[in-house]
Design a protein around this ligand. Structure first.
Ligand code: 6PG
Length: 234
């Protein structure tokens, strides 16, 4: 698999600032060209410094729509909520005027909420302008997990969203499908740490997507994928 771009950093803050500046530039280009911009972000620990750096970028945030690549099916004030994470660290400061569109509906189950969440997601400008993905050390991205019974659906469906119940995860999740993630102008894969660097190398060295779903992103030619990787200096 040939990556479009792979930028390696030994300074976390520098990665956060450079990725934020790059993403902000693309969002402003989208606003200038089409009047608005759409940004998809992931949860987890990795993106916090990037979110904070991005929220300081001087762009027309009132024209930016932010949503999630996936979400845990918990209340919006739950500590596990990606919506809460994004509202706290990204939809703040200069970016406070951005419009956040979450994936968690009031329904009790993901399955019951799928249709409404899909309508919400479908209201964003398509193709999406920028998608930020993370990766777990099992090779998952968004909530496309190798141990999820719905993985093949997530890789093959043309639907925007799937319900995901990964065996390794305590919470049910909703996830953008592969086709929804690839319906975008630019994907950034943001990874930090030697473990993630090793997982990336393993993913690039093999082809079994069911074993490492991130391979579906790395191995496709539809959407540019830039990898921003932080590794401590050897
Ligand atoms: O909801 C989530 O958990 C994320 O969308 C998930 O896909 C995340 O990107 C990876 O699990 C990496 O998480 P870390 O950044 O915490 O390693």
């Amino acid at each position: 698999m040939k990556l479009t771009v792979e930028k390696r950093f030994n300074d976390r803050a520098l990665l956060a600032e450079q990725l934020a500046a790059k993403v902000a530039g693309q969002l402003q280009e989208a606003i200038d060209a089409r009047g608005k911009a759409s940004l998809v972000v992931s949860g987890g620990r990795t993106p916090l410094a990037f979110f904070q750096a991005l929220s300081r970028q001087p762009i027309t945030w009132s024209k930016v729509l932010v949503t999630l690549a996936d979400e845990r099916w918990v209340d919006l004030d739950d500590s596990a909520s990606n919506a809460a994470l994004v509202r706290q660290h990204l939809i703040t400061g200069r970016a406070a005027s951005a419009r956040f569109v979450g994936l968690k509906t009031p329904h009790a189950t993901v399955e019951a909420g799928l249709a409404l969440a899909s309508d919400w997601l479908g209201a964003l400008p398509q193709p999406l302008d920028v998608v930020i993905l993370g990766m777990g050390n099992d090779g998952h991205t968004a909530s496309l997990f190798p141990d999820c019974p719905h993985l093949q659906e997530g890789l093959q469906t043309q639907a925007r969203l799937i319900a995901a119940h990964p065996a390794s995860q305590p919470l049910a999740r909703i996830s953008m499908s592969l086709s929804a993630l690839l319906n975008s102008r630019q994907i950034y894969l943001h990874l930090e740490g030697q473990d993630k660097a090793d997982t990336l190398a393993k993913a690039l060295a093999g082809g079994d997507v069911a074993a490492m779903p991130i391979r579906a992103i790395l191995g496709q030619k539809q959407t540019p994928v830039d990898v921003y990787l932080y590794q401590e200096e050897a």
